[in-house]
Design a protein around this ligand. Structure first.
Ligand code: NAD
Length: 497
């Protein structure tokens, strides 16, 4: 049954110091409903001055928030968790509107984000340091983890709630204050998140949102009072942010793009494998950083894989999930993404790559849709094999052996995710041990780690040292202090105690 779209403002405001703050900046981008093409709003392009206002609000809130006992911070986070749970469906519908993913996918986006908040609620335990008594004569050592100050997050369009939630809950749980610069394509859920955190009791200025494009990112990377920058987006931007923020003395974690692999052995369990491949390659219209876009059938697996995956892709329905909740796949984010993907499909087609499934046909009239697309017989010398397209476009390759597949894959520049489908423990072990990538799936289509683990990209998929989530997230948002103490034991005797 169709459901009405959420109402949104004509012009997006920043959220600074606990309230909406109208921008004087020019327009950065139109925000469209990708499922219909309708323009919903415009996002402002904050320059250095408006960014500085947000940083100043965060800086002013830092002394009070960082001095709040950690157990009290945890209690506030528990309240925020409740408020966010109460509004989870509202957030999912906002995501659906601004990003176009299906309602189920949008609910997943919120759920995975909330899992990081669950993890952050354990902060009193996570922040505990180490101590060692009598490390030398009458000398005790104790470490503590202390917040950094103002931290900044810059996020992409594809997970409007989950990716900001990779950063905000852990940063503020650790006692920092935060400025988020979301993608200008998906501003609504970021603003709503900040409002809901405030409703949950997070003091004003602890979590601020400023909207804009590259100028706002540069202002955050260069601002004197920003101590750490957490970035998630495409590889060129990730590399630029890593270099720029590091040059300005900040610690940086910067996650980039990917070309993720789904490798099928002849002994795979076919039904569960095809279900997992469909979810990975075409879920969120292929716009996940963990989306499988390089499909490999090893030896005798290639032909059944070709037949089954083409049949399943041909059965996918496209449309707006807010109008028809039964549709299987939503649109890509905007007109530019659709045109870029059609261009890549045209080029590979003209180069003679066989098409098993052509996403240019049978797309809805309205909105920015690309149908599921599968190219066959893709070899490692092809752009389609190496380049991230970030859409529902899959390259099918046919290595002769597991060894050949691993050799091909280890030459890719990215190192985000790779999955093997097999019934053999030996094949799975060989793959997991030899593959040069940070997140490995064994019969798991999207091996995105839960919040207790780090999100472990390698190669051109990550620049920095400490990843988001898990204990690495806590380490990223804190610095350690070691206190060595020595007390004169004779003092007790001299006092006659
Ligand atoms: P994007 O790089 O275009 O934008 C990401 C953020 O960076 C946005 O806030 C944007 O305003 C800003 N930005 C864009 N260009 C910039 C530039 N030249 N300099 C400074 N800042 C810039 O990415 P996107 O299109 O929003 O998201 C898709 C990309 O994100 C894909 O490449 C995907 O693989 C990647 N991604 C990676 C992960 C991960 O964990 N590795 C997770 C999600 C998405």
């Amino acid at each position: 049954m169709p459901s009405s779209a959420p109402a949104v403002a004509d012009r997006v405001a920043h959220f600074i110091g606990g309230r909406q703050c109208h921008s004087q900046a020019p327009q950065a981008a139109e925000v469209c409903n990708p499922a219909t093409g309708d323009v919903l709003s415009v996002t402002p392009a904050a320059g250095a001055e408006e960014v500085a206002t947000a940083v100043e609000a965060a800086r002013a809130a830092f002394p009070g928030w960082s001095a709040t006992p950690v157990t009290q911070r945890a209690k506030i986070l528990f309240c925020c968790r409740q408020v966010l749970h109460d509004h989870a469906e509202e957030l999912a519908r906002l995501i659906c509107l601004e990003n176009g993913k299906t309602l189920d996918e949008a609910r997943g986006d919120v759920t995975r984000g909330l899992e990081v908040l669950d993890f952050a609620c354990h902060i009193p335990h996570l922040l505990k340091g180490e101590c060692l008594s009598d490390v030398a004569e009458q000398l005790d050592g104790m470490t503590s983890r202390e917040p950094l100050g103002v931290c900044a997050g810059i996020t992409p369009f594809n997970f409007p709630v989950m990716v900001p939630m990779w950063m905000v809950p852990l940063a503020v749980a650790c006692g920092n204050t935060f400025v988020l610069k979301p993608s200008p394509k998906v501003p609504f859920s970021a603003n709503r998140l900040a409002e809901l955190f405030c409703e949950g009791g997070l003091p004003e200025g602890v979590f601020n949102v400023v909207h804009g494009g590259r100028e706002a990112v540069a202002a955050l990377c260069e601002h004197r009072d920003v101590r750490a920058v957490s970035f998630v987006g495409s590889t060129p931007a990730a590399r630029w942010v890593y270099e720029t923020a590091a040059r300005h003395g900040k610690r940086v974690q910067s996650a980039g793009g990917a070309k993720n692999v789904l490798l099928v052995m002849p002994d795979a369990d076919w039904d569960s494998t095809i279900r997992a491949i469909m979810g990975s390659a075409f879920g969120c219209a292929g716009q996940r950083c963990m989306a499988g876009s390089l499909l490999m059938g090893v030896g005798a697996a290639a032909q059944p894989l070709r037949e089954r995956v083409s049949a399943a892709a041909a059965a996918l329905t496209l449309g707006s999930s807010l109008e028809d909740p039964t549709i299987g796949m939503g649109p890509v984010i905007d007109r530019a993404a659709r045109d870029r993907l059609f261009g890549a499909i045209d080029r590979a087609d003209h180069e003679g790559l066989p098409l098993l499934c052509d996403g240019r046909s049978r797309v809805p009239q309205r909105g920015f849709f690309v149908g599921p697309t599968i190219f066959d017989h893709v070899t490692p010398d092809r752009a389609m094999f190496r380049e991230e397209l970030f859409g529902p476009v899959v390259a099918l390759a046919e290595p002769a052996s597991l060894g050949e597949a691993i050799d091909w894959l280890n030459r890719l520049p990215y190192g985000n995710g790779a999955t093997i489908f097999t019934s053999s423990g030996a094949a799975a072990r060989e793959f997991a041990r030899r593959i040069s990538c940070g997140m490995v799936g064994i019969n798991v289509g999207v091996p995105a780690p839960m919040a207790v683990f780090p999100f472990c990209g390698w190669g051109d998929s990550f620049f920095g040292d400490l990843h988001v989530q898990g204990m690495e997230g806590v380490q990223f948002f804190t610095r350690q202090k070691i206190v060595l103490s020595r007390w004169d034991q004779g003092y007790i005797r001299r006092q006659g105690w």
